[in-house]
Write a protein that binds this ligand. Structure first.
Ligand SMILES: [Zn+2]
Length: 97
């Protein structure tokens, strides 16, 4: 059995392990975090499972960026709207002077 280096858990930095799931006459693989239980989807290829896990580190980071953007964007829109009203009001005020 070839050993692949498993990256640490992207969410808790815990140790990960490869788990074997015998299904009928096939075997499915999953990489699982020993600390928080974060896991990859089941795959019939052990190497792919490990690759998924190792890629997850990046994906999780991407996801958190997307989540932050998803939160910041509507908030930013509201702020922009208020700023627009505020600046618009200021400009209007200046024009009337
Ligand atoms: Zn974990």
């Amino acid at each position: 059995m070839t050993t692949h280096i498993l990256k640490r858990c992207p969410s808790c930095r815990g140790d990960a392990e490869v788990i074997e799931f015998p299904v009928a006459d096939d075997v499915l693989w999953q990489v699982n975090c020993r600390s928080c239980g974060l896991a990859t989807e089941l795959d019939d290829d052990r190497t792919i499972s490990i690759q998924h896990w190792n890629r997850r580190d990046q994906e999780e980071r991407m996801k958190s960026i997307v989540t932050i953007l998803g939160v910041l964007l509507p908030a930013g829109m509201v702020i922009m709207l208020f700023l627009g009203i505020f600046l618009g009001g200021m400009l209007m005020g200046q024009e009337s002077l």
